[in-house]
Write a protein that binds this ligand. Structure first.
Ligand SMILES: Nc1ncnc2c1ncn2[C@@H]1O[C@H](COP(=O)(O)OP(=O)(O)OP(=O)(O)O)[C@@H](O)[C@H]1O
Length: 268
């Protein structure tokens, strides 16, 4: 990736967030990813495209530590994944789940579960945690859904809940696996509008799997920056954003909430 003058751009915009070197992965006898080299820098927006079975979800699951590469290495925020402990810096929204409407978990509980992660599984919910949940719900404009059962929401509303769950720790990296599958076109547009807004105004790096080529091409360019097998990486670099400068916005939930409030509501 090209280097850029440090006088103009904040050097922190160039920290490597994900580094993948010579990654190969197989399920039993079937090799899915072969010798992949790719890195993502702070505040890049990467769209990961590929046909069904190309290995997109497999790659995301390796990045979030749920699968181990057969060969090669992954670093997160400059640390080898085996030593990386700051999982709260990463928000992960897996592929859409469908819930039984009777599943007895409320929206607030789903969002709070984002805080328990790997370290807080058995800790009690503090007042501060509840405030974070409120902020995340406010940022996603779903406060009115807080006591509803997750299974009673529409697909678009559920996606907002899972985004709020991913945001509750103020992540520096958001990983989204086909976030708009099964959602109507109008709602998808609203969702992408929101994601782009978050990217442009907050210091968040995005890695998103999507089949929506119109959205990908309109925001990330016509051609992939790199291809590996059937995986294509479309990228908008942090230096293409005007406000990647010294006085970058911090990305606290409150800041997100304020800036989301300044624009027209997005209907999802
Ligand atoms: N647990 C598993 N055991 C064996 N094979 C698997 C497993 N998970 C995925 N695969 C296979 O690995 C390949 C890649 O799967 P993956 O889910 O990563 O693809 P994908 O690009 O995300 O596809 P889609 O667009 O359909 O979601 C597919 O051929 C799939 O059948």
């Amino acid at each position: 990736m090209a280097e850029h003058t440090k006088s103009k751009f904040n050097p922190s915009c160039h920290q490597e967030i994900i580094t993948m070197q010579n990654i190969t992965f197989s399920y039993e006898q079937k090799q899915v990813i072969t010798d992949l080299n790719f890195s993502i820098k702070e505040r890049d927006f990467v769209g990961l495209i590929g046909s069904n079975g190309a290995g997109k979800t497999t790659l995301l699951r390796m990045i979030v530590g749920l699968l181990k590469p057969e060969h090669g290495s992954i670093s997160l925020f400059g640390e080898p994944i085996g030593k990386f402990k700051h999982w709260e810096r990463i928000g992960y929204v897996p592929q859409k789940n469908s819930f039984n409407p009777l599943f007895p978990v409320t929206v607030r509980e789903v969002i709070l579960s984002g805080l328990y992660g790997r370290s807080k599984l058995f800790s009690r919910i503090s007042k501060a945690d509840l405030v974070k949940a409120e902020d995340a719900m406010h940022a996603m404009q779903i406060e009115d859904l807080s006591n509803k059962r997750i299974g009673q929401l529409s697909g678009g509303q559920q996606q907002r809940v899972f985004l709020a769950r991913a945001l509750i720790n103020n992540p520096a990296l958001l990983i989204l696996d086909e976030p708009t599958v099964g959602i109507d076109v109008e709602t998808q547009e609203g969702f992408f509008h929101m994601i782009k807004h978050m990217h442009q105004h907050h210091n968040i790096t995005f890695l998103m799997v999507s089949h929506d080529m119109d959205m990908v091409r309109s925001y990330l360019g016509q051609e992939p920056l790199q291809q590996n097998g059937k995986l294509k990486f479309y990228v908008k670099h942090s230096h293409e954003l005007e406000n990647c400068v010294e006085n970058d916005l911090t990305h606290s939930l409150k800041g997100l909430r304020q800036s989301m409030n300044q624009r027209a509501p997005v209907v999802i």
